[in-house]
Every structure is written in structure tokens, then in C-alpha cells.
Write a protein that binds this ligand. Structure first.
Ligand code: ADE
Length: 425
């Protein structure tokens, strides 16, 4: 990994020389994000975010670049860092820096650098924060609490982040209102399921190029993300095994045609493992001890705590990088276990994250939440707030129109019927 950087006033990225390539990727994303481009046109005219200072901490991808440039076009001043050490697309970061965005992000940073970048972005003294995984909000609360006095509100992109922020709000520890972007239907029902499903398999295939047909594909956690991975692996001919702690989710997996087992049993038969639980220690030493020779293990949950790599390091005799994002651990008995992307988000570290088409809706929710906070954030109490239903329907409506889908409308008689409690057999 190169340790040279391009730095300047308001940015530190890997190599500004990659800017042209990054700009072409951003152009590509723009052409597949019609809802965002629609919002950009409308809010450039309205300047809805004029005077706002937005600090963001979210994967630096071509889709995020479209979000950043839309926020800026609506009048906001921006400062950005990536929310995972391995997910930054260096060419995209370069293109953003070259076009004047304040950005501190490069692929392969260590934990100390990760927090240094967040601290640099907070120097702007934001009025709004935009998070994926809540590391930015935690940094404000734990290390820069004085900034919370002037922050109007924030947003959170992911399931794990929202979960933690709700716990923080329940404890009375949250200092400003946060909108749970993850919980919008046009986010979780598409991004988490179809986005994670496709991009995680994309990451596994780029890192291994294995045939999935006929393989035992173990999905730990059958929530929205896990079920998306199961759906796509099933579609490619793998035999899916789900592991769960929640009876309803396990039941759903069973009725979708998957086997449900304890991880202790799945470990012995799995060929490919993916964790999508948001919980730590899903795959630990005793599982590695019973895995087959050649087993492939990866994670698509936000944090890298789901696979206990310390246990594996302790058991393995040696390790080597055999392909990009693929490390081979040699066990004492000669078995080889392959870990992808160091147990970090395989879809963003080994592939490019979710496709632009789904991020279009997720980021429309981010953008509209920023606009809402800018105008009414001062009236919201410090808690986790939901996306309004109308916003979900608006975003879905615009997206549908771009997909050339026809939508029926209720007649006045049907509208009346809908609320007629005297109607029956
Ligand atoms: N999370 C998952 N996929 C993503 C993408 N393409 N861009 C930003 N965040 C993401």
C-alpha cells in the first residue's frame, strides 16, 4: 500500500492524479440516479441548504459523490470523511477534492487516521451531521461535546447506527435530533435487500471468482441484508443455510426454502460464509476449527466484529494474501480458510458498494432529511426521528416514473370505500 498522499487546503486524498477517472465514475453514477438529479435541479434553484455547514462521514463512493455535489449545489458548505477504512474509492475522493470539496479520505487508512480525518472535518463546526455507522455523532458527543451546542441535527444511514442511536436517546444521552434514514421504506426495503444482496455477492465474486452454484452458502442473520444475500445466492444456484437467533426471522428463512441451523452445525458444511447480523462474535475459534478446507468467510455488517479474526490468527500457522481482498489462513492440520476484505464490509471493500440505482433512493432520503433539518430541525427534540411517510411515497413515485412504470389511481368512490366502516359482506 502506497503511503504517499495528495494534500492541500481542506483535503487529504491518496492521489489527485486519479481525479479524471473518478469524475467519469461520478458521471456514470449521475446517469443512473434520476431522483437525485431531479432533486439537484429543484434545490439548486431554491438554495434550500444555504448557510448550512454539513460534516459527513459516509463511504466515499461514486454514489456518495452525487450526494455530496447535490448538497453543495443546494447551497451547503461540505466537509467529508469516509466511514470505513477500506471503502474509499481513491479516484472518486480525488475527483471530489479536485472540484473543491473539502475531503479527508483514502483507502487503507488505519484507525488513528480514521479519527484524524473525522476531527479534520469537524473543524468546520457543522450545523448538520450526516452519518453512516454513527462514528461522527459519537465523535461529537465523546470528543467534541462543545460542537453539539450549535448542531441543529443529523441523519443516520444504517441499521447498526440507528440501533445505537436509539439506545443513546433512551439513555437521554443524545444531544441533538437525528433522522433515521435507514428506517425509510425506500431505503431499507431496497438498499438493504437488493443493494446488499447484489453488492455482497459482487464482492465475494471479485475476491474469489468461485462458482456459487452447488455451494453451501451460509448467511448469518436473516434480516433485510441477510435475506438479500440469501435471495441472490439462491438465484445463482447455491444452497442457502441461514443462522438466526430470532424465531420469526428463522421461520421466514425456512419458508423461503432455506435450511436453518445453529452456526456450530453450519460451520461444518458451509463453503461460503457471510455475516450480516450487526452483532459481534458470530464466527469464532470453535467454528474455524471445524470448517472445511477451502471455506470462504466474509462479512457485510457495518463493523468488523462479526468474524473473530483474533481467534483465527491464534489457530492459524501462517497467512498470505493470495488475491486482492483474499487472505489464506493455513491451519495446523493443513486446512485453508479464506477471509475476504479483512472481515470488513465485503461489498464496499472488495466491490463498489450498492449499485447507483438503489443508492438513488437512499440518498434522496438523506438529502431531503438534510433539507428538513435545515428548516425545522430547531423544533425537533433530541431523539431519533422517522422519515415522514409522504417523503417515502414521493421518492418512490419519482423513481417509478423514471422506470416507465404505470401507477393506478383510486377513484373517488374507492377513496370513500377505504374509510367506510359500515361496509361489509
Ligand atoms: N453503502 C452501500 N453501498 C454504498 C454506496 N455505493 N455508496 C455509499 N454507501 C454505500
Amino acid at each position: 500500500m502506497s503511503d504517499t498522499y495528495s494534500t492541500g487546503d481542506g483535503f487529504k486524498v491518496r492521489d489527485l492524479g486519479q481525479a479524471e477517472q473518478g469524475r467519469m465514475k461520478i458521471d456514470w453514477a449521475e446517469s443512473r440516479m434520476p431522483v437525485m438529479m431531479n432533486l439537484r435541479e429543484e434545490h439548486t434553484k431554491k438554495q434550500s441548504l444555504k448557510g448550512m455547514k454539513i460534516t459527513g462521514c459516509l463511504h466515499v463512493t461514486k454514489e456518495t459523490a452525487v450526494l455530496i455535489e447535490t448538497l453543495a449545489a443546494a447551497g451547503a458548505e461540505i466537509s467529508w470523511s469516509g466511514c470505513n477504512p477500506l471503502s474509499t474509492q481513491d479516484d472518486v475522493a480525488a475527483a471530489l477534492a479536485a472540484a473543491g470539496t473539502s475531503i479527508y479520505a483514502w483507502h487503507g487508512m488505519n484507525t488513528e487516521e480514521f479519527y484524524w480525518c473525522i476531527d479534520k472535518t469537524l473543524e468546520m463546526k457543522p450545523t448538520l451531521t450526516l452519518d453512516d455507522g454513527a462514528d461522527l455523532i459519537f465523535s461529537v458527543h465523546n470528543r467534541h461535546p462543545e460542537l453539539a451546542d450549535t448542531i441543529i441535527g443529523g441523519t443516520e444511514e444504517t441499521t447498526t447506527g440507528v440501533h445505537r442511536l436509539r439506545a443513546m436517546a433512551a439513555d437521554g444521552a443524545l444531544r441533538y435530533p437525528v433522522i433515521a434514514v435507514n428506517d425509510a421504506e425506500t431505503k431499507w426495503d431496497f438498499d438493504n435487500v437488493f443493494g446488499t444482496g447484489q453488492s455482497s455477492l459482487d464482492g465475494i465474486l471479485r475476491a474469489t471468482s468461485v462458482l456459487l452454484a452447488g455451494k453451501n452458502f451460509v448467511v448469518a442473520g436473516y434480516g433485510h441484508c441477510g435475506s438479500g444475500c440469501a435471495l441472490r445466492a439462491d438465484g445463482m444456484g447455491a444452497s442457502v443455510i441461514a443462522t438466526e437467533v430470532k424465531p420469526t426471522a428463522a421461520l421466514k428463512a425456512t419458508l423461503n426454502g432455506h435450511r436453518v441451523m445453529k452456526m456450530d452445525d453450519a460451520a461444518k458444511v458451509g463453503d461460503v460464509f457471510i455475516t450480516a447480523t450487526g452483532m459481534k462474535d458470530i464466527i469464532v475459534g470453535r467454528h474455524f476449527e471445524t470448517m472445511k478446507d477451502g471455506a470462504i468467510v466474509c462479512n457485510t455488517g457495518h463493523y468488523d466484529c462479526e468474524i473473530n479474526l483474533e481467534d483465527l490468527e491464534g489457530l492459524a500457522q501462517s497467512k498470505r494474501t493470495i488475491r486482492d481482498n483474499c487472505e489464506e489462513y493455513l491451519m495446523a492440520d493443513g486446512r485453508r480458510i479464506y477471509v475476504l476484505a479483512q472481515g470488513r464490509l465485503v461489498n464496499l471493500a472488495a466491490a463498489e458498494g450498492h449499485p447507483s440505482e438503489v443508492m438513488d433512493m437512499s440518498f434522496a432520503n438523506q438529502f431531503l432529511s438534510m433539507v428538513r433539518l435545515a428548516s425545522e430541525g430547531g423544533d425537533l427534540k433530541p431523539d431519533v426521528h422517522d422519515i415522514p411517510e409522504a417523503q417515502d411515497q414521493d421518492i418512490a413515485g419519482i423513481k417509478l416514473a423514471t422506470l416507465d412504470a404505470g401507477l393506478d389511481e383510486l377513484t373517488p368512490e374507492q377513496v370513500a370505500y377505504d374509510s367506510d366502516y359500515s361496509a361489509g359482506t
